[in-house]
Design a binder for this molecule. Structure first.
Ligand SMILES: N[C@@H](CCC(=O)N[C@@H](CS)C(=O)NCC(=O)O)C(=O)O
Length: 228
């Protein structure tokens, strides 16, 4: 059976949504990143980047959330746009837009707002600005389209949902004010039974919640390694 390496964080949760939407049978394998499971040799043989999500499906190993989403979409033939050059161009563009923009800027925005030991105004503003700019582009597109690729719900929307459902954590409590179209789509996806199952997956395992020294040492290795 397909193995799904996960935690309750945004990138694994969007892949959990896709697994639930497709109905593919899968075995969820918890990787407790606050206990350092991501650095264990068994998991690093699956993802040398030591991050979740990852999938092992027979002899195929896939890591990085956008790669997992595309893999599952191509495997099942589901949640993809029309098989045209136009559809494929849009699919790839928006998937890479999420993985190179939305994900990293949102993650760094949370990091500098919440976790950084010093509150550096420049860094907080830089990442919040870029996260907000990316969500603004999505919001504008959703003003003219029901979903990112038109009338059909696809992996692009799931990819966005994983991060956008956490906009108050990324941009602060007024974060939703500028994005009514995006909120409409996120609320619609969150109301789907598959989304409820994806969000509940983390409750099947007792993941560590404290951000203590063990967790910081596992997730923020730069705290003890000076590079610059
Ligand atoms: N580009 C990767 C990023 C994966 C990632 O950052 N995963 C986080 C959870 S959302 C993680 O595993 N963090 C643990 C760590 O950094 O040690 C993706 O899209 O999957």
């Amino acid at each position: 059976m397909l193995k799904f390496y996960y935690s309750g964080a945004p990138n694994p949760t969007k892949v959990a949504l896709m697994l639930e939407e497709t109905g593919l049978p899968y075995e969820p394998i918890p990787v407790d990143t606050r206990r350092g499971d991501q650095h264990k040799p068994d998991f690093m043989a699956v993802n040398p980047n030591a991050k979740v999500p990852a999938i092992v499906d027979g002899d195929a190993t896939v890591f990085d959330s956008s790669a997992c989403l595309l893999y599952l979409a191509e495997k099942t033939g589901k949640f993809l746009p029309a098989k045209t050059d136009k559809g494929r161009g849009e699919l790839l563009s928006w998937m890479f837009f999420v993985s190179s923009g939305v994900g990293p800027y949102s993650g760094q925005s949370v990091h500098f707002r919440v976790y950084a030991p010093e509150k550096i105004e420049y860094a907080i503003n830089r990442y919040a600005y870029e996260a907000q700019r990316h969500f603004g582009i999505i919001n504008e597109r959703l003003g003219n389209n029901k979903y990112m690729l038109g009338d059909t719900y696809t992996v692009v929307d799931m990819n966005i949902w994983g991060w956008a459902r956490l906009i108050p954590n990324i941009l602060g409590e007024k974060g939703w004010e500028k994005f009514p179209n995006l909120k409409r789509m996120v609320d619609e996806i969150s109301a789907r039974p598959a989304a409820a199952k994806a969000v509940a997956l983390k409750d099947r395992h007792k993941f560590k919640t404290e951000m203590d020294d063990e967790a910081k040492n596992a997730m923020f290795k730069h705290l003890t390694v000076k590079v610059a």
